[in-house]
Write a protein that binds this ligand. Sequence first.
Ligand code: A2P
Length: 275
Amino acid sequence: LTPTERLLHGADMPRIGAGTWPLDDTDAERVVTDALAAGYRLIDTAQGYRNELGVGRGLKASGLRREDIFVTSKFGKQSHGRDLAVRACERSLDTLGLDYLDLMLIHWPNPGQDRYVEAWEGLVQVLESGRVKAIGTSNFKPAHLERIIQATGVVPDVNQIELSPASVRREARAFHDAHGIVTESWSPIGGNGAKMLDLPVVQQVAAQTRRTAAQVVLRWHVQLGLVVVPKSSNPDRLRQNLDVFSFELSADQMGALSALDQGESVVADSDRTGH
Ligand code: A2P
């Protein structure tokens, strides 16, 4: 099975998982079923993806024990408030058909709305109730993290951010490391279309290691100590992406991939619901 990472609040998080954006309920059910059959034990969804029902069906269909699966969801800006966040967690549990979540995230800081501190207070309350085993954030910058930590004294278990060789996010990772926050990469192979896989450097490292381009890029994440949630709708690629713990990249190969960095991609902080 996949290695795990111990989180601040004690949960063990698999180091690789299956992403489910932008799958609808029908496709999500199929992909979650395929992913769990292939050996994935971490499944990543969000209320904004509108596929929690399908994800929940896939979890159930697997026949796996609840404690052997790690389920992450996220809530959006309409739930930024203390009670609203509590209710959002209950809604996800209901739709997924679960009685606890392994990890719940605030999907975006939505700094314009400026209610993410209240949302965090709500998540802290849900953590204390035991309905979620770990809490975190997504797309938060160090300044946002500073603020919720200062307001509550509670450090997020995880911050899930866009991260890949094309956007290595050194400053964010350094902040997370200094606080014990696990960094989770979304769009780890560069997102829709996965054009990063065609880059000569990536192809070259793939040829050197006799691995696929996707395996090389996912290995880069794993070797940096990041948790990754690649998405694939294809059972062969799902299996291929999971097989990244049986080889290593050299320091030179790691460096060559990191040199693809183009800085932070410009994503709107407010009005996105999906990735
Ligand atoms: P598909 O679902 O058809 O496999 P990310 O997780 O970085 O957002 O990337 C998702 C994109 O990468 C999807 O377009 C997905 O297509 C594609 N993808 C996932 N795994 C692989 C792979 N092993 N080789 C090539 N493309 C992949």
